[in-house]
Design a protein around this ligand. Structure first.
Ligand SMILES: Nc1nc2c(ncn2[C@@H]2O[C@H](COP(=O)(O)OP(=O)(O)O)[C@@H](O)[C@H]2O)c(=O)[nH]1
Ligand SMILES: [Mg+2]
Length: 337
């Protein structure tokens, strides 16, 4: 029997951390899965271990590329990633996919998992797919994505593809984690543009019109012209002219062209020094976001703070204290202690 069971667990885990970090660097999928579980755990102890693990791993470098695939539900993002991933692997890369697609969660009793949509890709040993979190909330996008990206890169995955829907509020967070934004649109004269947020259009580096097959080939050409005009409205300061391609994930056509456009943008960013510059900026933004939320959490969890808050809230609701007075009190009396 151990004297301090807590210490024992820690020692056991720290041993595990060495095994894990080595396993991850060797590309061991079991170790990678365990690391993901650790990173996504909400337990404080696990968070500490996850950070220790990440510290043991080699740091990211400019040889990896992070690609965001965005677009309304149903445009074919998952289908495209399956084809894109396989082509990248055929070109000699290792591909990790992180999906935040609420439509691949439970629907009508059946589970339409990302892995079934990316079946062939998930069978390749050079691919790792981290499916959409089963909790169904997209809040996870901002919390662990950065760590997952670092983890995959340390494990030798050099093309990280992040799938995210281009609607709602959370997708803008994804811009803190990718180097390149690919917007997927549909054939036609842009009826769906109503559903695409301005922020997404502004951030689009490459446009792909998917489902350019069957009787939709001509409509896809119309869409290309339409989006070209739209994207012209957003001037860029990096002298990159947003290119577009008509593709069909279903027929596997235009995938090579799309990869060429992505890699061209990668080279463009490398020569301009933009890749490192952007990543530094993202690191700073994420750090700012994280320390604020962590410190706020820490404070909100303190018993003494909760007691003061309860009292202040009561006073505010009763009208004996104004909200402004309560905030001043918090700043001057509580934070100074
Ligand atoms: N005709 C056609 N259908 C496609 C193509 N790509 C995807 N689809 C279909 O569009 C639907 C939505 O695809 P999915 O990849 O799940 O879209 P996501 O919601 O954007 O991830 C599925 O029924 C696919 O079979 C394509 O290139 N052509
Ligand atoms: Mg999808």
């Amino acid at each position: 029997m151990s004297i301090n069971p807590k210490l024992n667990t820690l020692q056991k885990n720290s041993l595990d951390l060495n095994t894990m970090s080595k396993g991850i660097e060797d590309g061991n999928p079991t170790m990678l899965s365990r690391a993901i579980t650790l990173i996504e755990s909400t337990k404080n102890g696990d968070k500490v271990l996850a950070n220790q693990l990440l510290n043991k791993l080699p740091k990211s470098n400019a040889k990896t590329y992070r690609i965001g695939i965005t677009g309304n539900p149903g445009v074919g993002k998952s289908s495209l990633i399956e084809k894109l991933g396989i082509q990248y692997i055929n070109n000699g890369h290792k591909v990790a996919v992180i999906a935040y697609d609420p439509s691949s969660l439970k629907s009508g009793g059946s589970i339409l998992g990302d892995k079934t949509r990316m079946e062939k890709l998930s069978q390749r040993k050079e691919a790792f797919i981290r499916p959409s979190p089963s909790s169904g909330n997209l809040g996870g996008v901002g919390v662990n994505t950065e760590k997952l990206v670092f983890l995959f890169e340390a494990a030798g995955y050099d093309r990280i593809i992040i799938e995210t829907v281009g609607v709602g509020q959370n997708e803008t967070l994804i811009e803190n984690f990718v180097d390149c934004f690919v917007l997927i649109a549909l054939p036609g004269a842009g009826d769906e543009i109503q559903g695409i947020k301005r922020g997404i259009l502004e951030r689009t580096d490459i446009l792909a019109v998917n489902k350019a097959d069957g009787d939709q080939v001509n409509l896809a050409k119309i869409a290309l012209g339409f989006y070209k005009n739209v994207l012209h409205l957003f001037p860029r300061d990096d002298k990159w002219i947003v290119p577009s391609a008509a593709i069909s994930a279903q027929e596997n056509s235009g995938i090579d062209d799309l990869i060429e456009l992505i890699e061209k943008f990668y080279r463009h960013q490398l020569t301009k020094g933009a890749l490192e510059h952007n990543r530094k900026e993202q690191l700073e933004k994420n750090f700012d976001k994280n320390w604020k939320s962590e410190i706020l959490n820490e404070l909100a969890n303190k018993k003494t703070f909760q007691t003061v808050m309860k009292k202040l809230k009561k006073e505010v609701l009763e009208g004996t204290t104004t909200p402004e007075e309560a905030i001043v009190y918090l700043k001057t009396k509580v934070l100074k202690n």
